[in-house]
Ligand binder design. Structure first.
Ligand SMILES: [Zn+2]
Length: 291
């Protein structure tokens, strides 16, 4: 098993070397090399280099050249983070407030595209053998927007965490509250915040902010953790940069709302690369006497 994995990896690396040489020649033209089939490679949106898709997946969707962290689906996050075997929670919840024109169609389209039923997946699983409740948002599902089901799932996660004396970890990625649910979506900010306050009397809550964490999610449960971590270069903020610039009539620094900027300003505790995340979370849990 290990042998075939190594052989495969070797082959990819060799292929990538060739690809890199091609890149050097082709980058000036900024076109995809014709020799490489479309479904085998993708282009890093940050450094514009071509990457073999297999290599990107082996590298947990982090660009091997510039370290750009691609957005993960919730299932990909589970594979990267949890031990084998987990249980999905609160799967019986369905959106009730679907009167807004076109909302139901959008919901159904998102479900078909992502194979998920909401913007957050909650599971009971283990990290290095430590039992943990995990919520994982998915930006591919209506831009990770928070509606009533998302809010209810987050709330239940903390209620169960308190009842079962388990740590809670949430991976956030969101464009904010789900506008199609109007004020109901805004209620979720207060609801989740209140559940967290009760949980934190004795439980440990770790938030991992991934690209992008904005709007109502950043203004509620993403900002209320005991320990707040982020992946490198993630966008973290409330309103968009352009909106703020227009409002305050000032030019903001180029790194405004990046994870690095937020770390410097004290909003984050640390920035952790994806490949180090499992190890870091496991260490944090052990340090807090969960095992
Ligand atoms: Zn790159």
């Amino acid at each position: 098993m290990q042998d075939s994995f190594n052989k495969r990896k070797e082959k990819i690396l060799e292929f990538n070397k060739t690809l890199e040489e091609l890149n050097l020649r082709k980058r000036a033209e900024n076109t995809r090399p014709r020799e490489i089939p479309d479904d085998l490679v993708c282009k890093c949106p940050k450094c514009m280099k071509f990457i073999i898709k297999d290599e990107l997946i082996l590298n947990e969707k982090v660009c091997p050249y510039c370290g750009y962290h691609y957005r993960l689906t919730s299932k990909e996050r589970i594979i990267s983070l949890l031990d084998l075997g987990y249980k999905e929670l609160y799967t019986d919840l369905r959106e009730k407030y679907t009167d807004f024109p076109g909302y139901e169609d959008k919901l159904n389209a998102a479900k078909n595209e992502t194979n998920e039923d909401e913007s957050i997946l909650c599971v009971l699983g283990k990290i290095d053998g430590i039992k943990v409740l995990v919520g994982i948002m998915d930006s591919h599902f209506m831009m990770g927007s928070m509606g009533s089901v998302c809010g209810e799932r987050v709330t239940r996660l903390f209620e169960d965490g308190k009842r079962l004396n388990l740590p809670v970890i949430i991976f956030t990625t969101s464009g904010g509250a789900r506008m199609q649910e109007g004020v109901i979506s805004l209620f979720q900010m207060a609801k989740t915040s209140s559940a967290i306050a009760k949980y934190k009397e004795k439980g440990l809550y770790v938030a991992v902010l991934t690209d992008p964490t904005t709007g109502g999610v950043s203004a509620s449960f993403a900002s209320l953790a005991d320990i707040t971590i982020s992946e490198p270069k993630a966008l973290i903020g409330f309103a968009g940069k352009r909106v703020i610039e227009k409002t305050i009539k000032e030019v903001l620094p180029p790194d405004f709302q990046t994870a690095e900027f937020q770390l410097e300003k004290g909003f984050l505790d640390m920035i952790v690369e994806r490949k180090e995340l499992k190890k870091t979370l496991s260490l944090i849990l052990r340090l807090h006497n969960y095992n």
